[in-house]
Design a protein around this ligand. Sequence first.
Ligand code: CO
Length: 145
Amino acid sequence: MGPVRIFDQCMLTNLEHLGLAVKDLAAATALYTKLLGQEPYKHEHVASEAVDTVFFQVGGSKIELLAGTSPDSAITRYLEKKPEGIHHVAFEVDDIRAEMARLRAEGFVLLNEEPKRGADNKLVCFVHPKSAGGVLVELCQSIVA
Ligand code: CO
């Protein structure tokens, strides 16, 4: 990877959420409701990813609980190899296509060529952990209704 090019515009604007992989969504939801002292604001099934999600708002960021709903789900497969816990780190971006182009030019490996529809009204793209220091990074851009 070459020298880092600094852009005058800040394109990653917020640590939008941490995605946590869980086996038992009901148990994890109860645990995080207690831990965070509040109820989640959303439950959402994402059929394209075969996951059920639960979201908690924590200040300007969120906690996303993720449980696989089929043996083929990326979360189910992840939990066959790794313990429950932090699965990905998601940054909010203003222009996901511009940010994907910037990261590609910097040598990062993107897991999807085009932004795709994620949970919580977002367009998302993932950066391969092998090119991001072992961390699965998500870019997400809010879809304005
Ligand atoms: Co996420």
